[in-house]
Design a protein around this ligand. Structure first.
Ligand SMILES: [Zn+2]
Length: 248
């Protein structure tokens, strides 16, 4: 069996997944780049696979003797990664991920799956002590004191395919909400993937509000929502109706 190598990963991404153009032009927003965007992006991708996630760890990788084997020609510091990612436009990555999904569908990767859907849920990242940007949302303790900040996102994944495939996130800052971010996400995904890619959207009970259901309806997708305490009457009625039946 052939062992996986960075070179084979590169070939897989560029030939099979057709990501060459994205890897070359990932939405670089730097004015006068010295280090090619492709080198920085590739170093971060390799870092993800080697579980060396931090910029500091990626810097150690590209400065080590392993660099040659990682298909990296240039060396750089963690500050270069910070400067690059802060100015990176997310649109090309979103488009590239949607293109992979469409390609997978064309290649019949989902043909055995009867119900392909989208799952929408909240997630977070980047906890810090002090507020660092307009998207930082305060974390409060039981006494409502601010104990730190964190970034929050609504995440969307293709589900029902045997493997959950997350492919887009929408951030929401203070004054915004997970549900409003979810609506923006649905509108974008419909544009990037097309309405006929999936047949339903699955969400947690809190998403089952009129504006979100309306946004899904506008996209042409029925919503499967988990019934919870936020709709007490409906929950009681459903429990009463289905209590005596085994699930099908
Ligand atoms: Zn922030």
């Amino acid at each position: 069996m052939r062992t996986p190598t960075p070179r084979r990963l590169w070939n897989y991404l560029t030939r099979r997944l057709r990501l060459k153009r994205y890897l070359q032009s990932p939405g670089d927003g730097r004015r006068q780049p010295q280090i090619p965007a492709q080198a920085l992006l590739w170093a971060m991708l390799v870092g993800q696979i080697l579980r060396e996630y931090s910029f500091h760890a990626v810097e150690a990788l590209v400065r080590s003797s392993a660099r040659r084997h990682l298909c990296l020609r240039v060396s750089f510091g963690d500050d270069a990664l910070g400067y690059f990612t802060e100015r990176l436009d997310p649109a090309p990555m979103r488009a590239a991920l949607a293109a992979i999904l469409r390609q997978a569908k064309r290649n019949k990767a989902f043909d055995d799956c009867r119900w392909i859907g989208l799952a929408v849920d909240g997630t977070g990242a980047g906890r810090r002590r002090r507020r660092g940007c307009p998207l930082c949302r305060p974390i409060r303790n039981a006494a409502q004191e601010v104990v730190g900040y964190r970034h929050h996102f609504t995440l969307i994944s293709v589900v029902g395919t045997g493997l959950s495939l997350p492919f887009d996130v929408e951030p929401y800052g203070p004054g915004d909400s997970e549900y409003r971010a979810g609506q923006r996400l649905l509108a974008r995904v419909r544009q990037n993937l097309g309405a006929r890619f999936i047949s339903y959207v699955v969400v947690d009970g809190e998403f089952a509000t009129a504006p979100f259901l309306h946004a899904a309806g506008k996209a042409g997708w029925p919503v499967v929502a988990r019934l919870k305490e936020n709709l007490p009457e409906l929950l009681r009625a459903a429990e009463k109706r289905f209590r005596s039946q085994p699930p099908e």
